[in-house]
Structures are given as C-alpha cells and as structure tokens.
Design a protein around this ligand. Structure first.
Ligand SMILES: [Zn+2]
Length: 84
C-alpha cells in the first residue's frame, strides 16, 4: 500500500540530474554540489558556507574564491596526496 506519486516529468528531470551527477561522482567521492559564488549586492558569497568576498578582494575574486575552495572545501580535483 504505497502512496508514492510518480510524476513522469519530475522523473525525467531526475534522470537527467542523475546522469549529470554520475559524471561528477566518478571524479568526486562526495555528493555535495561544488561550491560557487553567489552574488548578493556588492558582496559575493560562497554557496556552501556563505563566506563573503569583497568586490575589491586581492588579487582577484576568482583567485580568492579558488583559494577559499582549496583551503575550506578541498574539492579534491587534484590527485595530490595531502594526507600523511
Ligand atoms: Zn565556502
């Protein structure tokens, strides 16, 4: 007696997302989405932890964000052996 509603359209969207995710999963072990920048007025925020970036951050927004990702979220895109 299950009362699951299966919406075919949603299922199709889910399949698409799953397919896209599978590609990422083959690289990334964890399921969480990749961090990205969210604009909020003058500031930008990390989508994952909300860390704010000033618009005049040095040396550049993308560099600061890449640094933040590396230090805080460690996406593991490199095969660097950081663990002792
Ligand atoms: Zn963050």
């Amino acid at each position: 007696m299950t009362q699951k509603k299966i919406n075919p359209k949603r299922q199709a969207e889910k399949d698409l997302k799953d397919a896209a995710r599978m590609k990422q999963m083959s690289e990334a072990v964890e399921r969480r989405p990749l961090p990205h920048l969210i604009s909020a007025g003058d500031l930008k925020h990390c989508s994952v932890c909300g860390y704010p970036f000033k618009p005049d951050v040095q040396p550049s927004m993308s560099a600061a964000f890449a640094d933040h990702m590396r230090k805080t979220h460690n996406p593991g895109q490199t095969s660097e052996d950081a663990n002792p």
